[in-house]
Design a protein around this ligand. Structure first.
Ligand code: GLA
Length: 380
């Protein structure tokens, strides 16, 4: 995907060139699983694929939405956005941005023509939703001649997801999409939030295995994990689980009901692992990073219970594959994708062997994506 392709498609649909084009990347959750909404730390990578949004102002009222993922143009009256269902539900991401802007003292545009295009696999745990939110936010802000900070843009994206789309997510996805940099990982201390980047050692490669499986109750499961974490924090007498150190948890964790204790153990352990990984990255010690990735997955499997047999199988196979440092589920879990951190020597043929083993067991072929880090969201 590139700007001329997006502009051509926009012209074909709306009969004129867009005023602005924005692009926001998808992300890999490197480590720090479900830590974000617990006030913890997390490391992620923006990847070299994303969502492109083109817009042009209209003076005659309606907001017209189109995407390369579906046929047709949806025209909605300008004014307070209303949540859409069915085939139009993809517009809830840009509509959520329009609804969120005033909460940050920003103006939403009136009428416009809007096109979203994506080279990011959808539903692969690479956060296409954050990518469309952040690129829409940048496009709408350009259309209204407003330029808030990058931090505000990513917060607008999260606000849309929390309050309009209705998922109680943290800042990870939008934060990484907004602050990503090529050859670097984004480090977020979600308590501020504070955004930083750390260098990714040369020779580190990412492979994504997308199972295309998705738990039917995925949104409800995410929300229930969120609720359990809040309950665990309350029972431990802290505002959020990030306030509990591993030492304190070792003493007091067992007083929690068993399920809450496991959930909290995952979060406290993950936050510690993010620290370990940050340290190991500083020493270019990818072997140590890989061990922490494997430990993160084991904790998802046994403590947070957000893995699936499909994801577990991939991680197990990858653990014995050559040139693999480590692997774990990436993102919310309950289906989706596994990320492997590998050396350069890990080849397409190695990835295919993993996919074949998976196909034999599950009678379905996972998509393989060899991806690189990429830059964060911007007008293009
Ligand atoms: C989803 C959410 C993020 C984060 C991850 C789990 O991707 O959108 O905010 O909670 O799950 O780490």
């Amino acid at each position: 995907m590139n700007k001329p392709t997006v502009v051509d498609r926009f012209r074909a649909l709306f009969g004129r060139a867009p005023d602005f084009v924005a692009r926001a990347p998808g992300r890999i959750e490197f480590i720090g699983n479900h830590t974000d909404y617990n006030g913890g730390t997390v490391l992620g990578a923006a990847i070299d694929r994303g969502v492109w949004v083109a817009v042009a102002a209209r003076t005659d009222g309606p907001r017209r939405f189109a995407t390369d993922q579906r046929d047709g143009v949806l025209a909605l009256a300008a004014g307070a956005p209303e949540k859409q269902a069915g085939a139009a539900s993809w517009t809830n991401y840009p509509l959520g941005i329009l609804a969120a802007l005033p909460a940050f003292g920003l103006r939403a545009p009136g009428g416009f023509d809007y096109l979203a295009m994506s080279d990011l696999p959808l539903g692969a745990g690479l956060s296409s939703s954050a990518a469309i939110e952040v690129s829409s936010a940048l496009a709408f802000l350009a259309l209204t001649n407003q330029a808030p900070s990058r931090e505000t843009v990513v917060k607008v994206g999260r606000h849309a997801e929390n309050h309009f789309v209705g998922v109680p997510c943290g800042i990870l996805d939008q934060g990484v999409s907004g602050f990503g940099q090529k050859n670097r990982l984004v480090f977020i201390d979600c308590r501020g939030p504070h955004f930083d980047t750390v260098s990714l050692p040369a020779g580190a490669h990412f492979w994504i295995f997308n199972t295309h499986t998705k738990h039917a109750l995925i949104d409800g499961l995410y929300a229930s994990r969120h609720r359990e974490c809040m309950e665990a924090a309350k029972a431990l007498g802290v505002a959020q689980l990030a306030d509990v150190t591993p030492a304190v948890f070792a003493q007091r964790g067992t007083s929690l009901p068993a399920t809450l204790s496991r959930r909290a153990a995952h979060i406290v352990g993950e936050i510690a692992r993010v620290g370990e990984v940050r340290g190991a990255l500083g020493k270019d010690d990818l072997a140590a990073v890989g061990l922490a990735l494997n430990a993160s997955h084991a904790s998802s499997r046994t403590q947070f219970e957000n893995s699936t047999p499909e994801l577990d199988f991939l991680v197990e196979i990858l653990a014995t594959a050559p040139h693999v440092y480590g692997a774990r589920l990436t993102g919310g879990g309950f289906g989706g994708a596994v990320m492997a951190l590998t050396a350069e020597k890990f080849a397409e043929s190695d990835a295919r062997k993993v996919a074949e083993a998976y196909a034999q067991k599950f009678d379905a072929v996972p998509d393989i994506l060899h991806t690189q880090t990429g830059d964060g969201a911007a007008l293009v």
